[in-house]
Write a protein that binds this ligand. Sequence first.
Ligand SMILES: CC(C)(COP(=O)(O)OP(=O)(O)OC[C@H]1O[C@@H](n2cnc3c(N)ncnc32)[C@H](O)[C@@H]1OP(=O)(O)O)[C@@H](O)C(=O)NCCC(=O)NCCSC(=O)c1cc(O)c2ccccc2c1O
Length: 133
Amino acid sequence: MYEFHQKVLFKHCDPAGIVFFPRYYEMVNDCVEAFFADVLDWPFEAMHQKGAVPTRAIETEFLAPSRHGDALVLEMRIVALGRTSCAYTLTARCDGAPRFTHRATLVNVTADGRPTAWPTPVAVTLAQWKDLP
Ligand SMILES: CC(C)(COP(=O)(O)OP(=O)(O)OC[C@H]1O[C@@H](n2cnc3c(N)ncnc32)[C@H](O)[C@@H]1OP(=O)(O)O)[C@@H](O)C(=O)NCCC(=O)NCCSC(=O)c1cc(O)c2ccccc2c1O
């Protein structure tokens, strides 16, 4: 499991005082960006020179609201790996209690947007992470 820590900031909250869902999606993408840099050794700034990794499928359940100052921990796991795609799940918790769960599939694409096989070192590392608790 890969952990990403995110304190809820003023900018994340709506006038009702809770995190607005697009801000959660930005936190998710920040977690994925950190995973690519820290774990895959393939930072977005390098990856985007030759292609991209757009999201093909996405599903989120919001279980309890988060508020300014909450210390969120996003727990990311690789749950499926294909030739060009991989799926991850993410559970965000505050003090151990779940706030939202998320599952998405990313597809590795060329500069002209066509699916292409993961680079071998990336595929090897994703395979090592797949199904880790
Ligand atoms: C993403 C596409 C280019 C895929 O093309 P196509 O639909 O033709 O895909 P294939 O049929 O060839 O399958 C490729 C691959 O995907 C798997 N797959 C297909 N459908 C699904 C599904 N419903 N659920 C799960 N998996 C699916 C299929 O099995 C194949 O896997 P293999 O491993 O077996 O090869 C095309 O669909 C497309 O361009 N879609 C639009 C993408 C988009 O606009 N997304 C939203 C905005 S972009 C975005 O959010 C985003 C951009 C980035 O640059 C990022 C960079 C880094 C991280 C995240 C990013 C990000 O989220």
